[in-house]
Design a binder for this molecule. Structure first.
Ligand code: FRU
Length: 520
C-alpha cells in the first residue's frame, strides 16, 4: 500500500500547474413529469447508469421485453431515500441504454408491500386476462405483510400477480391473490417465472431461506411445487434471494446448459451481498448440478439481486443488477436519490481450465455511448502510462496486459484519494482497493480492498474499466473477471497511472469519453 501512496504523491507533484480538462456534459432533464424533480447533475449522480429521479431504489424487477420496449421495474420507496414500504417503480427503454421514467406501476395493498419478482408475456393468454391478439403482461411478485412480520408470524410473505393490457402503463391486481400462500417459511420470496418451451408450462423459481423451490403452472394462477434445490449446495452465509433460472449455449458443443443465479445476503466473498451461480441441468421438474463449490458472478461488492430479461427478442441473456450492497446501501452519501443499476450486461458461458464459467460483460449497445472513433488518449505500447488532467467520471479505460506481469491501474486526486486495481498473476488474484477512495466513513466495511481469484488462461488479459460519477466497473477478458464497485471521491479523480513490470507489459491503452444517457 505504501508504494501506492508514494506513487500517487509523485503523480500529484508531476501534475502541479497542469490544467484539468473537464469533460462534464450539460444534462437536460428527461422529458417525463417525474424526472423534472431532478436535473441529473447532482454530485455522484450516475450519468450513464440508471438511477431513479429521486428517492430510494433497490432490486431490478419484472425485466421483460414486449413490443419494442424493454421494461425495468424496480424496488422503490417514493417517500424517502432509505428503504421503506416497497412499490414497483418503472422505466422503459428501446435500447437498454437510454431510459424513460414512468409512473409507479404497483402500489402496496391490504395483502402487503410489493417485493421483488418478475414479469412475463402471456402470449397464449393462459391467464385469460387478455386475448391472444393483445396478450397480457403479467407481473409475479412477493407480497410482504408488515403486520404479519410485526406480530412475529412466519407466514407474511406470499406470491401475487397483476396484469397490464397496455404494455405496462396501467395495472390490475388479480382478485384471486395470493396465488401461492405461505405455510410458515419466513423468507419466501422473489418469484422468477419463465415459459419452459420444452415442457410447455410456466416455471417459477422461488427462494425459501436456504434453498430454491421450483413450481409449475398452466395459467400463472394455480401453482404446484415440483422440486427443491440447494440446501447442501453452494454458499450459505446468508439468506438466499432473487433466483433466476435460464439456459445458455455451451461454448464448445452449442448444447444448452442451465444456469441458476442466487443472490445471497450476507456472506459474499468480499462481504455483505453477492450473487452466486450454479451450472447444471434442468429436466422440466428439477435443477441438478455436480458443482460443489460456490461460484460468484462478480467479486465487487456492488452487484446484487441481478436477474435477466424474459422474452428478449435476439435470444440474448441480458442482465441488470442493483449497484449496491445491504451492508451500506442506506448510508451512501447521496441526498436526492439512492443507488443505481449496473450497466446492462450480456451473460455467456466460457470454457476455462477450471471448467465452464459464467461471464458477464457490457451489453453491446453500451458501445453506442462510447466515443470509439476519437479516443481522448491512446498509447500503443509502454510499461508506464500517466495521463492526468482528465476528470475521470464519464470514461472508459481499455488496455491489454501480458499475463506474466503484475499490472496496477490507479486513479487519484489531489486530496490523496485513490482507487487501485491490480492484476497479480503470480499470486493468482486481482485486487480492487477502495480503502482511500474518498468518502468511506459512512460504514466501516466500505473502505477496503476486494480480492478475486485469478487463474491466467493465455498470455494476454484485456481490461475495460467503466467509470461513472460514483461507480467503477472492471471487466477482464470479456467479463470472466468482474468488479462492480461504488466510489465517492470528494472531487473527481483526475490523476491516472498504469504500471507494469516489463517494457512490453502493456499495450493498446485507450481513454474514451462516455456520453450521458440523460442528455438525449
Ligand atoms: C433483495 C431483497 C429481496 C426482497 C427485496 C425487498 O435485495 O431483499 O429479497 O424482495 O429486496 O426490497
Amino acid at each position: 500500500m505504501r508504494y501506492k501512496v508514494l506513487l500517487l504523491i509523485a503523480v500529484v507533484c508531476l501534475s502541479v500547474g497542469c490544467k484539468t480538462e473537464s469533460n462534464r456534459q450539460e444534462t437536460n432533464s428527461p422529458k417525463s413529469e417525474i424526472a423534472t424533480k431532478s436535473n441529473y447533475d447532482e454530485p455522484y449522480r450516475s450519468q450513464y447508469h440508471f438511477t431513479p429521479p429521486e428517492k430510494w431504489m433497490n432490486d431490478p424487477n419484472g425485466l421483460v421485453y414486449h413490443q419494442g420496449i424493454y421494461h425495468l421495474f424496480y424496488q422503490y420507496y417514493p417517500e424517502d431515500i432509505v428503504w421503506g414500504p416497497m412499490h414497483w417503480g418503472h422505466a422503459t427503454s428501446t435500447d437498454m441504454v437510454h431510459w424513460e421514467h414512468k409512473p409507479i406501476a404497483l402500489y402496496p395493498d391490504e395483502l402487503g408491500l410489493i417485493f421483488s419478482g418478475s414479469a412475463v408475456i402471456d402470449k397464449e393468454n393462459t391467464t385469460g386476462f387478455g386475448t391472444k391478439e393483445n396478450p397480457p403482461l403479467v407481473a409475479i411478485f412477493t407480497y410482504h405483510l408488515m403486520k404479519g412480520e410485526q406480530e412475529g408470524r412466519k407466514d407474511f410473505q406470499t406470491q401475487g400477480i397483476a396484469y397490464s393490457l397496455d404494455n405496462g402503463d396501467t395495472w390490475t391486481k388479480y382478485e384471486g391473490n395470493p396465488v401461492i400462500g405461505n405455510e410458515g417459511i419466513k423468507d419466501f420470496r422473489d418469484p422468477k417465472v419463465f415459459w419452459d418451451k420444452n415442457h410447455k408450462k410456466w416455471v417459477m423459481a422461488l427462494v425459501a431461506g436456504d434453498h430454491a423451490k421450483f413450481y409449475s403452472s398452466s395459467n400463472l394462477k394455480e401453482w404446484s411445487l415440483m422440486s427443491e434445490f440447494g440446501k447442501d449446495k453452494g454458499a450459505h452465509g446468508g439468506v438466499w434471494e432473487c433466483p433466476d433460472l435460464f439456459s445458455l449455449p455451451n461454448p464448445t458443443t452449442g448444447e444448452p446448459e442451465w444456469v441458476l443465479l442466487i443472490s445471497m445476503n450476507p456472506g459474499a466473498p468480499n462481504g455483505g451481498s453477492g450473487t452466486q451461480y450454479f451450472i447444471g441441468d434442468w429436466d422440466g421438474t428439477a435443477f441438478t448440478t455436480e458443482q460443489t463449490e460456490p461460484l460468484w458472478l462478480d467479486y465487487g461488492t456492488d452487484n446484487y439481486a441481478g436477474v435477466t430479461y424474459n422474452n428478449e427478442p435476439n435470444n440474448e441473456r441480458l442482465f441488470i443488477g442493483w449497484m449496491s450492497n445491504w451492508n451500506y446501501a442506506r448510508d451512501t452519501p447521496t441526498k436526492v436519490w439512492r443507488s443505481a443499476m449496473t450497466l446492462p450486461r450480456t451473460l455467456s458461458l466460457k470454457q476455462t481450465k477450471e471448467g465452464l464459467r459464467l461471464a458477464n460483460s457490457p451489453y453491446h449497445k453500451v458501445n453506442t455511448l462510447v466515443n470509439n472513433q476519437e479516443p481522448i488518449y491512446s498509447v500503443d505500447m509502454g510499461s508506464f502510462i500517466q495521463k492526468d488532467g482528465i476528470q475521470y467520471k464519464q470514461h472508459l479505460i481499455e488496455f491489454t496486459a501480458t499475463s506474466s506481469n503484475t499490472v496496477t491501474l490507479m486513479l487519484g486526486n489531489e486530496q490523496r484519494e485513490f482507487v487501485s486495481f491490480d492484476i497479480n498473476p503470480a499470486e493468482g488474484n486481482m485486487i480492487f482497493d477502495r480503502t482511500n477512495s474518498g468518502v468511506i466513513d459512512f460504514e466501516e466495511s466500505f473502505g477496503a480492498p476486494h480480492f478475486m481469484p485469478y487463474t491466467p488462461e493465455g498470455k494476454e488479459v484485456h481490461v475495460r474499466v467503466f467509470i461513472d460519477a460514483s461507480s467503477i466497473e472492471v471487466f477482464v477478458n470479456d467479463g470472466l473477471y468482474v468488479f462492480t464497485e461504488q466510489v465517492f471521491p470528494t472531487v473527481p479523480y483526475h490523476l491516472l497511472t498504469l504500471t507494469g513490470k516489463e517494457d512490453d507489459g502493456l499495450s493498446d491503452f485507450k481513454i474514451k469519453a462516455v456520453q450521458s444517457i440523460w442528455n438525449k
